[in-house]
Design a binder for this molecule. Sequence first.
Ligand code: GLY
Length: 371
Amino acid sequence: MGVFRVGLKKVVDDSYDIQIGAGLAPVLVEDLKNGLVPGVSRYAVVTDSNVAPLYGEAICDGLRAAGLSAELFTIPAGEKSKVRAVKEQLEDALLEKGFRRDSCVVAVGGGVVSDLAGFMAGTFGRGVPFLNFATTLLAAADASVGGKTAVDTPLATNLIGLIYQPKKVYIDIEAWKTLPHRQMVSGMAETIKHACMADADFFAFLEQHMDEIYAFDPTVCMHVAETNAHIKYQVVMQDERETGMREILNLGHTVGRALETASGYSLFHGEAVAVGLMAQAKLGVRYGFMTQEEADRVEALLRKAGLPVRLPEGMNVEELVRKLYTDKKVRGGRLRFVFQKGIGEMMTFGENSYARPVSEEDARAVLEALQ
Ligand code: GLY
């Protein structure tokens, strides 16, 4: 019996630009008109019911006016759309409209749209290119950059997905003005996470400039968008596939994701992450990774941003503890958390090791303290 080797070593360049500014829809249209993504004959603009009238329709019309073939696909707004069933509906809608492998997906919206549309692009016709036009602070800070695409399942968030990089990301700070305040506040959690993780000066900046952010001061918002993007892509460039360092982006997400699912998505992602940041800060004080004063600063900044710092009333701690075990950092049945080191740095626990086991008793105690 012969053995044949299929040699498929690859050098891949998935580099892409992130453009940050105010009013970037015409830039996206111009880029596509100028052939940013070669070999494409049709553009599927995927958006949600909130963003369609604000940006989705205009981008689709702009592409058509530029002589490109574009169709708009609108999903219901909200985390509940980030599921396999909606992905399937979207795929069928594209197929019905004649979209095939010569398509490009343009995701216009926040994290739900970019995660879902990016995942769909990664599997549609075995992979077609996609772009992210991020309209929310949460997408600007996190979801639009990094290539993680996914859908949620009843068990937990983001369990089914791909790492599939966009061809370009547009972060439009002008769009933040259209966000309901609660969405803007939710986006601040990922921003505060970045500051806790990697930039003490940025943390101090946020302490001083929260009001200007919420008043959409353009200089302050540009700084927030640029710093977020910088912190995120620096990590992604070093560990795209989360074999080590990328785990630090999970700061606050061990409890955050569990809480988001356990709340039935009544808590926004950022709101749940804010409570998760508090949980790791409290544990961090207990383990000697940060001082009580530093943890108090984290709490004060989250409060200043208008984010929750305690579990919602009536939250069942035991259910939450059970949910913690759906976390991707669990190893050998043990919970693992990542921790900030003081403010602006992350703890490491050996070579290429960023997470530390946490006993169920410690996790339960900290959740009870957050009630
Ligand atoms: N798309 C978000 C990430 O890759 O982290």
